[in-house]
Design a protein. Structure first.
Length: 140
């Protein structure tokens, strides 16, 4: 585990999830394409990924005898520990650079949505307040 933390520190991804969520909770996790992909040709069916991940990302398909990614959005952003422990290197993720690029884009989009003013609709004859005075729309 210490080795994984050291790798995360070197890549600059340690605490990425915390920074992203704390800085901008408006980015839904489902918009972030960070989850494992399994290469079934390389998988040796040892269940290491299933036994390692405590976030229930994987489950075991008894019929096929392979792990499946059933809860992809339970995967923590920036975590690729299951990839690191897979002896057959059958698990892949987007690059951390790609994750950072996507997060910048999503955060930027969410700020633009927040900054959009709400359209104001006023129907004829409806009262509204102008500088503290209640006025009829037809008087303006």
């Amino acid at each position: 585990m210490h080795l994984l933390r050291a790798r995360a520190r070197r890549r600059g991804t340690e605490g990425l999830l915390k920074r992203v969520v704390m800085a901008n909770p408006k980015v839904p996790r489902e918009k972030i394409p960070w989850f494992p992909t399994i290469n079934y040709d390389a998988c040796i069916h040892d269940q290491e990924c299933l036994n390692f991940c405590k976030n229930n990302v994987f489950c075991w398909d008894e019929a096929l005898g392979v792990p499946e990614v059933v809860n992809p959005y339970n995967c923590l952003l920036g975590c690729d520990a299951c990839k690191q422990i897979c002896p057959s290197e059958a698990i892949s993720f987007p690059s951390h650079d790609e994750l950072r690029r996507i997060m910048r884009q999503l955060i930027s989009e969410s700020y633009r949505e927040v900054e959009k003013p709400e359209p104001v609709q006023v129907n004829p004859g409806q009262h509204r307040t102008v500088h503290g005075e209640k006025r009829n729309e037809s008087q303006t």
